[in-house]
Design a protein around this ligand. Structure first.
Ligand code: FAD
Length: 447
């Protein structure tokens, strides 16, 4: 009886414990991916994420085929679709790597017990996080709400396990099943085709992810500590979409980094990813609800749609914000420092609720991640875990002077700001900053 490997956020062959378990079981292996836009609570993917998913699935399908395996694509609510695939294939086992979001966990738990009731082996594995959220605890046995002690506790336990090798051959021949056609899922934009900049910037799929990891470690890690905050320096790993889709596992990143000298700071950034997931696991409403409830008292003024649109399009008249928002629109990516500045400008100068910004990033980022995105928005807004104090409001002009000293980044993305007649900011930075601080008084009173 065949084994099914249910791929989700782990679109890779190397260091994939679920795939490894299926191969080791010794029966034919069927890869399955379910496009689930129906299960209750599942957040539909944004446009840029759908674009990435298409490329990553095409790559996974080809790689499985090269080794004798196959990838079956089906659409619908995951639980019934997986059960139906088990019946169609007369499968005896289903393996997957665990997910940590609230609705995803509910689906997986229900499925595991219903499969077992039917006598089907159902097993899950740790593949997407170095430290599963329930394994890192405070002395008092609770979860962490501050990053530094979280990361200290996580890294003082047993070291992350070594990555598993990639299976060379997969016996999938006798297990052909009906599959939908990837093109029928319409994950790629057509009219209009806005993905030109994404195609120029990225190559989804496991081989490109592994290449980028090697290249980063050999060429860029040396300058990471010094230059990682400069958006024009190209000093960061660009691994975020690859980690988001699991084209490379965090265990592989971890082990290859510790074998290279001087990776401590880089690993601690991976630690922020772990902490964001730790936070989401314990607070599944992270994308919709203030983690600190006193922020519910924040008096958001009525939305000014033209200002929101100016921000989205990169037409705020503030150089670093405009450059970042245009980089995002064109490439599906924005440098971390600029994400912080652009987010702060939306929340603390335009006084727009962070959830609107989070939604825009969700739709436009290729690395849009159910934990990292809302976690970081709440961090910037001040309402989140271990957040920046509200009253510390980024000054986007000083940030540009500090981190884009020679204007290279602004020249690339918003050059009119360096012309003789640069655009004027759509709002007064000082006035709006003061208005934000006044509004924050309501939060202080509610605390
Ligand atoms: P590197 O500096 O090379 O870092 C290595 C890896 O560490 C990243 O790939 C990422 O997985 C992780 N990491 C680094 N910084 C953070 C962080 N602050 N929080 C969590 N993980 C981190 N990151 C996402 O992956 N998805 C998102 O949807 C996302 N939304 C964000 C929204 C806002 C408002 C802000 C301020 C940050 C957001 N980030 C998000 C975090 C960060 O900006 C990106 O992870 C980083 O810019 C990716 O580039 P890199 O891979 O070159 O990073």
């Amino acid at each position: 009886s065949p084994s099914i490997v249910w791929f989700r956020d782990d679109l890779r062959l190397a260091d994939n414990p679920a795939l490894r378990a299926a191969v080791d079981r010794g029966e034919p292996v069927i890869g399955l991916y379910v496009l689930d836009e129906e299960s209750p609570g599942i957040r539909p993917l944004g446009g840029a994420a759908r674009w990435w998913l298409h490329g990553s699935l095409a790559s996974l399908r080809d790689r499985l085929a090269e080794r004798g395996g196959a990838l079956v694509l089906r659409r619908g609510a995951a639980e019934p679709v997986v059960r139906e695939t088990v019946r169609d294939a007369s499968a005896g086992a289903v393996f997957w790597n665990r997910r940590y979001g609230g609705p995803e966990r509910e689906i997986d738990t229900a499925l595991k017990s219903s499969l077992r009731d039917d006598g089907v082996v159902a097993r899950s594995f740790a593949g997407s996080l170095l430290f599963e959220p329930w394994t890192v605890k405070t002395g008092g046995g609770t979860h962490f709400s501050v990053y530094t002690p979280f990361w200290r506790a996580a890294t003082h336990g047993p070291a992350p396990r070594a990555p598993l090798p990639e299976p060379r051959e997969i016996d999938g021949a006798s297990a052909a099943l009906d599959s939908e056609d990837l093109d029928d899922w319409h994950l790629l934009p057509t009219r209009p085709d806005w993905a030109g900049g994404l195609r120029e910037t990225w190559e989804p799929g496991e081989p490109a992810a592994r290449r980028r990891l090697r290249e980063f470690l050999s060429e860029d890690l040396d300058s990471y500590d010094r230059a990682r905050d400069e958006p024009a320096a190209g000093a960061t790993s660009l691994l975020s979409p690859r980690l988001r889709w699991g084209e490379v596992s965090p265990f592989t990143v971890w082990h290859e980094t510790v074998q290279t000298e001087g990776g401590g700071k880089f690993l601690s950034e991976l630690g922020w990813r772990e902490f964001a997931w730790h936070t989401l696991f314990h607070f599944p409403e992270l994308a919709t609800t203030n983690l600190r409830p006193e922020f519910d008292a924040f008096p958001w003024p009525r939305l000014h749609p033209t200002q929101l649109e100016a921000w989205q399009k990169g037409r705020t008249g503030v150089a670093l914000v405009d450059a970042g928002m245009r980089e995002l629109w064109r490439t599906g990516y924005m440098h971390n420092r600029v994400r912080m500045v652009a987010a702060s400008f939306l929340v603390k100068n335009l006084l727009v609720d962070w959830r609107r910004g989070e939604q825009w990033f969700w739709d436009t980022l290729v690395d849009a991640d159910a934990a990292n995105n809302p976690f970081n928005w709440q961090w910037v807004a001040g309402s989140g875990a271990d957040a920046a104090p509200y009253f510390r409001i980024f000054n986007p002009e000083l940030q540009a002077k500090k981190f884009d000293r020679d204007g290279r980044y602004v020249r690339e993305w918003a050059p009119e700001h360096l012309s003789e007649h640069p655009p004027e900011p759509i709002i007064d930075l000082r006035e709006t900053r003061n208005a934000a601080l006044d509004a924050y008084e309501h939060v202080k009173r509610a605390a």
